[in-house]
Write a protein that binds this ligand. Structure first.
Ligand code: GLY
Length: 337
């Protein structure tokens, strides 16, 4: 597990020292980020690892890069961080001790790509982008995705770190394997899927979503993150949405697609996120055991954020400031404890 000192070091290395969770969590106030249209560009992403990702994304946009470059490069920051145990390198392994990764990317032209059940590749998002750009397909899985990555010149690497093995062993010891919600808030540890959505100054939208999935998941389990419409969806006429948390709940309701469709039908991004969480609450029987966080960004520069349980944080880079906010939630106190 990452401790406070290591966290400070990694945050400093990532250049996010001014935006450490404990500092910004206190400063965060969801009221200030909702219900207004921000000037473009805007980058919006899940959890505190979103701060470093947003910074990188904004750098790409500011140096004239495309919005698809911006979302890819942004999420590569948590993917490459060995102290982040839910994305890329250093991710917690599945029940058999193998790290398997899921990722997806979608651009303003409606093109999309994903990989799932992929091993030994630090940046699954870059493989997802190559699936999108270099094949007629949307999703490659497992050994096929790895073979494709290697053919594209991407190097194989062992992703399992000593620290991840230690944390994984602790998870295996637990009788109750239901994932602990809001891990980041409780353990001050970077955790969970990074979903990042962005709009550039030309009003073009894109998104990227990447994760190592649930710690100690069953071998072969794939979550919502690589599934277009579940973990990520972009419609350049309307807006973009992404999801984090227990992927099965998002998959059962096609959460990100639902948010964008609600925006198409006139809902604001905030209303759309709230309605999509309500859909999970209404339709998924065991939802009280889990956390889901949804983010949305509209073509007009409004944002939305909402979760089932309290404690979902999101990073917003808009109008020159990159800050962490706490989302509003359906339940006001945790229902899984
Ligand atoms: N949301 C990520 C997962 O469930 O794998």
């Amino acid at each position: 597990m990452i401790n406070r000192r290591k966290f400070l070091e990694s945050a400093a290395a990532l250049g996010i020292i001014g935006a450490l969770p404990t500092k910004v969590l206190k400063a965060g106030n969801s009221k200030t980020s909702l219900g207004k249209s921000y000037k473009l560009p805007i980058i919006l992403s899940t959890w505190s690892h979103g701060i470093g990702a947003n910074d990188e994304s904004m750098k790409v946009l500011e140096s004239g890069g495309s919005v698809i470059d911006a979302v890819e490069k942004g999420v590569m920051i948590p993917e490459g961080d060995p102290n982040n145990h839910s994305v890329g390198l250093g991710g917690y392994p599945d029940i058999t001790g193998k790290v398997t990764l899921d990722a997806s990317i979608m651009g303003p032209d409606g093109n999309a790509g994903g990989v799932c059940y992929l091993e030994n590749i630090v940046h699954p998002i870059s493989v997802a982008r190559k699936v999108m750009e270099d094949t007629p397909h949307v999703l490659l899985s497992g050994s096929g995705a790895l073979k494709f990555a290697l053919e594209k010149g991407i190097k194989e690497e062992d992703l399992l770190t000593e620290e991840a093995i230690k944390g994984w062993k602790e998870v295996l010891k637990k009788e109750n394997k239901t994932p602990e919600i809001n891990w980041e808030e409780k353990h001050n540890e970077l955790h969970d899927t990074i979903g990042l959505i962005a709009i550039d100054t030309k009003s073009d939208l894109a998104g990227a979503c990447t994760t190592s999935g649930l710690a100690a998941k069953l071998r072969g389990r794939v979550g919502d993150s690589p599934i277009i419409g579940a973990g990520l969806y972009v419609d350049n006429e309307i807006g973009a949405a992404t999801a984090t948390g227990m992927g099965e709940l998002v998959m059962k309701t096609l959460g990100s697609f639902l948010v964008v469709e609600m925006m198409r039908n006139g809902a604001s991004p905030q209303e759309a996120c709230e309605k999509a969480i309500k859909r999970i609450v209404d339709k998924v029987l065991n939802h009280k055991k889990y956390q889901i966080g949804l983010l949305a960004l509209s073509k007009t520069g409004e944002i939305g954020a909402y979760s089932i349980q309290p404690g979902f944080y999101y990073a917003l880079f808009a109008e020159g400031e990159n800050k962490l906010f706490k989302a509003k939630s359906y339940y006001k106190i945790h229902t899984n404890q």
